[in-house]
Design a protein. Structure first.
Length: 157
């Protein structure tokens, strides 16, 4: 069994009277931007690093059972992931310029069937993800990632 564990640091802060939570790198970037503008930095109310667990590619079913012993809870986690994936597919489909509604209900089973057969176009995906993001912010976000996380990302490309 090879449960994959990563860490993620979150920061809680107040901005305009609203309490917000974000990743540490985003908080650092926010304060850097405020610093560039000559404005006062925002103070963190709390900072916490969390261990984030995921299943391996080699033995996902066994790993899930190691993390969550109750079968109904395993199903809930899997179903949440399936739901999110299908909702994202639906949003992308409807966002396409050439989208045409189908008669009746659009069955998203094709989105799930495509998971195992699709070939990613990483460079296109990255461009879509980053959009018009400032190159300096992109560099800062990448610099904030742990080396093993970066290696894992680029190994999939």
């Amino acid at each position: 069994m090879a449960v994959v564990t990563d860490t993620e640091t979150r920061v809680k802060y107040a901005d305009d009277g609203k309490v917000k939570i974000c990743q540490e790198s985003a908080f650092t970037n926010l304060n850097e931007e405020l610093d560039k503008k000559g404005e006062a930095q925002i103070e963190a109310l709390a900072v916490q690093t969390f261990a984030i667990h995921s299943v391996s590619d080699e033995s996902p079913v066994e790993d899930l059972a190691q993390l969550i012993s109750d079968a109904s809870q395993q199903a809930a986690v899997i179903n949440r992931g399936l739901t999110l994936y299908q909702q994202q597919f639906a949003n992308r489909a409807m966002s396409a310029k050439d989208f045409t509604p189908v008669e009746g209900t659009y069955d998203l089973v094709q989105a799930l069937e495509a998971i195992g057969t699709r070939k990613a176009a990483p460079r296109k995906d990255i461009r879509e993800l980053l959009g018009d993001m400032d190159p300096d912010r992109i560099a800062a976000e990448l610099a904030a990632l742990p080396k093993d996380k970066l290696e894992a990302i680029f190994a999939r490309m």
